[in-house]
Ligand binder design. Structure first.
Ligand code: MLT
Length: 313
């Protein structure tokens, strides 16, 4: 009967390529993590994982599409601290609820935030940078990946901590924002380490601080915000795999197994670690742990963003 053939279809999953929606431009942090992790997962699953970049509205366009896709395991998505943590506070009409409309698969990587600026920025350290941004107001441009994205919410948080009001410049992802930072046409951003590490290492942009309690092994010369004299700005992001709500538990389990396997693969780990990504602990790799993280992140970001007076455009 029907039930039997549905169960068989799940047992044979996957039988065709899987689409992974990346809700930002190609080449940026979410895209990079999706491709690194997806590469290994597709080998385990025996089917290709095809990344589809659906950028717009700080990642909420792509995640809305993913939430509304058939829950059959053939459309999954890479969400993050922005799409599943900050966005609800900024979009009163958001078409998905991060904690209700998904079948969480698992955390893919932690991504510490760096304060980075164009190479020619007239400051030599974080203190000088903060003073300059405070003094020059809207003459300074802050790049971000759209309202509700990681760079936007961590940037709003940063400017509220230092009490500055730079001009905000929106991009379809921090991949393209980084290009303009390297081209010296935008001044600074707060971005995930996996995007900026190679350009910091290459000396193409300046990194004033990393907003974590300890330095990153990928960028050992970059001081923490605290070391650099800024209190009250510690923030880290994360990227995680989600399926639409209603995805059968057997399929969720298969996808989670493939993700867990990817995160224990030496080559996959090295690719993430070289970019400064943080590999989640085994306990953090479960769907239940991701569900809890989403709920706690929405609770954490809502008051921060409301207090900073941030609203959607
Ligand atoms: C991206 O992939 O462009 C991002 O994760 C951007 C962001 O949220 O800041």
């Amino acid at each position: 009967g029907l039930a039997t053939s549905a169960a068989q279809a799940q047992g044979n999953y996957p039988q065709r390529p899987i689409t992974m929606i990346v809700p930002f431009a190609a080449g940026g942090p979410t895209d990079v993590i999706a491709r690194i992790v997806g590469d290994n997962m597709s080998r385990t699953l025996g089917q290709q994982i095809v990344v589809e970049n659906v950028a717009g509205a700080g990642g909420t366009t792509g995640i809305t599409r993913g939430a509304q896709a058939q829950p059959d395991g053939y459309t999954i998505m890479m969400g993050h601290m922005g799409t599943h943590g900050a966005a609800p506070a900024l979009y009163p009409n958001l078409k998905y609820d991060p904690s209700k409309d998904f079948a969480p698969i698992g955390l893919a990587a932690g991504t510490p935030i760096l304060i980075v600026a164009k190479k020619d920025f007239p400051a030599k350290d974080l203190k000088g940078f903060v003073e300059y941004v405070q003094k020059n107001g809207d003459k300074v441009n802050m790049a971000h990946a759209g309202v509700g994205s990681v760079s936007h919410s961590t940037g709003i948080f940063f400017t509220s901590v230092i009490k500055a009001k730079p001009t905000m410049v929106a991009y379809r992802g921090t991949g393209p924002a980084l290009n303009d930072l390297m081209g010296n046409t935008v001044d600074f951003m707060t971005d995930q380490i996996v995007n900026v590490a190679p350009q910091v290492q290459g000396g193409n942009i300046k990194a004033f601080a990393i907003a974590t309690a300890t330095r990153s092994p990928a960028l050992p010369d970059v001081p923490t915000t605290k070391e650099a004299g800024l209190d009250g700005y510690e923030v880290s992001a994360w990227n995680a795999v989600f399926a639409p709500k209603g995805t059968p538990p057997e399929i969720v389990a298969k996808l989670n197994e493939a993700l867990v396997k990817a995160l224990s693969d030496e080559n996959t780990k090295k690719r993430l670690l070289d970019l400064g990504g943080v590999i989640p602990s085994t306990a953090e790799q479960t769907p239940a742990s991701l569900q809890k993280l989403v709920e706690s992140e929405v609770a954490r970001w809502t008051p921060v963003l409301k207090a900073a007076g941030a609203t959607a455009e």
